[in-house]
Write a protein that binds this ligand. Structure first.
Ligand code: MTE
Ligand code: MO
Length: 486
């Protein structure tokens, strides 16, 4: 652009404030994006590029590497970069903008969660919060991200639906307008939930995020049926698996992905969801669209879904092929496994956990929990114990029991659960039991719980029989140790 003035990078670097304006450089141009800041779909995140050259910043955000973005940028051009500075820029600007720049602010995260990692964000709900409402509030629902939260411009967003031969696409509004909407109540549980309790001296330490009991939540999900969408394009006639590919991709363009068997995909219950607890999905939980596969391990409920592919093959993503599998207990090094021989997890097993009383300290670290009975318990002369239970594949919970004598005798707890169709019990069960204070020892004692589903599946007493190096699907009896301070 010969008519425009020339600005050096030193000049560009001075414009990083509201007063001086927000400038940036790209290739041979200099741009003043001050008036664009308000319109940027990623919000104020664009400010992090102020005073810099975009080459390095955008490298990780392929979403920006499409022509129209440069067209928009050209409207804000105010000058040229001197010849030579462009190359110098790209080299000097080794500082790659943070991959995690679109991760949201997480309000009260430390109150709601035990945070297992910040980047990527992995946080489990504190136990007492889990049992304080039947529906887990959005901001308290556990978050399991394998990578960063991807950037989405909703006006550009298209969901692609296809097979090996052809593909169609739907905008966010198309999907909401053209298909009937449904709401289901379903728990989502990470298959690594309760992993930390799988560690034992005999078999060793398992690998993965050390979840206590909170990598689970119960939500309502509103969206359209995957089956309706597949049928509308005629993709319900062939294929053995339905693959989901997320928008969260690493720098080598490997994206999060998973697949489910076609039978489940064409069932009544799998949603392409746009709302959680009646609110627009938050970015942490998959905005704009996520898959919800009820009764199946959380890993298959792909967030930020970008493409749906009907295929004869399973997803070839790492998380389908080489993770989220129960390896034989003899395997102590996951690298030495023939992964193709081991099936990918789908339905989860029957599970339950004690969530109240609980410490505000990380459950993994609490050896003995000292408690004073609360006023109501003193009045009733009973100690209140609460927890959750859930089974996979839509099997309803039949009972939950607790024991304070290591399983010799069991007490039947009271259940709070929804009336749900046969094989469609996807919501969890909350349970309560009140033990007479007189029955409790004055020394520390163990409380254990176990659930049974309507197919008489129950939980193993210890992790010994189900131990696996990846520490998935631990559903052994949950135990806490209490000490009553009178
Ligand atoms: N989808 C994408 N695109 N990326 C992810 O990292 N994590 C999966 C699944 N879907 C994941 C994803 C895993 S392992 C779980 S347990 C659930 O999302 C967690 O869902 P939540 O974060 O909404 O609780
Ligand atoms: Mo997970």
């Amino acid at each position: 652009k010969p008519a425009l003035p020339t600005f050096s990078m030193t000049e560009v670097a001075k414009h990083t404030t509201k007063e001086n304006g927000y400038w940036l450089a790209y290739k041979d141009g200099v741009y003043d994006v001050s008036s664009f800041v308000e319109n940027h779909p990623g919000g104020k995140q664009i400010l992090k590029t102020a005073g810099k050259a975009l080459e390095a910043c955008w490298k990780v955000f392929t979403i920006h590497q499409i022509d129209h973005v440069y067209e928009i940028l050209e409207e804000y051009r105010i000058g040229n970069l001197p010849p030579g500075e462009r190359e110098a820029n790209a080299k000097a600007q080794e500082e790659v903008l943070d991959l995690f720049q679109y991760d949201p602010e997480r309000i009260n995260a430390n109150e709601n969660f035990f945070i297992r990692s910040e980047r990527p964000f992995n946080a489990e709900t504190k136990p007492s919060i889990l049992v304080s409402s039947f529906i887990t509030p959005v901001e308290k629902f556990y978050v399991r991200n394998h990578m960063h939260v991807p950037f989405v411009n909703i006006n550009e967003y298209k969901l692609e639906i296809g097979n090996e031969k052809s593909a169609y696409s739907l905008s966010y509004d198309d999907l909401k307008d053209k298909y009937q909407s449904y709401t289901i109540t379903s728990a989502i549980q990470c298959s690594g939930n309760r992993r930390s309790a799988m560690n034992n001296e005999e078999q060793g330490t398992v690998q993965g995020t050390p979840w206590y009991v909170g990598a689970i939540g119960n939500g309502t999900w509103t969206g359209v049926k995957l089956r309706d969408v597949l049928e509308s394009f005629g993709f319900d006639k062939e294929g053995k698996h339905v693959q989901f590919i997320g928008l969260d991709c690493d720098t080598s363009q490997r994206c999060y992905g998973a697949s489910i068997p076609i039978e489940k995909a064409l069932s009544d219950d799998v949603l392409i969801a746009y709302k959680m607890n009646d609110e627009v999905l938050t970015t942490d939980h998959g905005y704009p669209l996520r898959i919800v596969v009820p009764g199946t391990v959380g890993a298959r409920s792909v967030k930020w879904v970008n493409r749906i592919v009907v295929s004869d093959k399973e997803s070839d993503s790492h998380w389908q092929k080489a993770d989220y599998k129960v390896l034989p207990s003899s395997i102590k090094q996951p690298q030495q496994v023939d992964y193709d021989r081991e099936p990918a997890l789908q339905e989860f097993n029957v599970q339950s956990a004690i969530c109240y009383p609980a410490s505000s300290e990380d459950g993994n670290k609490v050896k003995i929990l000292s408690i004073k009975p609360n006023d109501e318990d003193i009045k009733n002369q009973k100690l209140t114990i609460k927890g959750y239970a859930v089974s996979g594949g839509g099997r309803q919970i039949q009972n939950v029991q607790i024991s304070i004598d290591h399983g010799k005798t069991w007490f039947q707890t009271e259940l709070e659960q929804l009336a749900q169709p046969y094989m469609g019990a996807y919501a969890w069960t909350l349970w309560t039991y009140r033990i007479p204070l007189n029955d409790l020892p004055s020394k520390p004692f163990d409380v254990m719980c176990r659930a049974m589903d309507t197919h008489a599946n129950s939980q193993p007493d210890t992790p010994l029989g189900i131990w696996n190096i990846r520490g998935v699907m631990n559903n052994s009896w949950h135990k806490i140790t209490l000490q009553i301070d009178q």
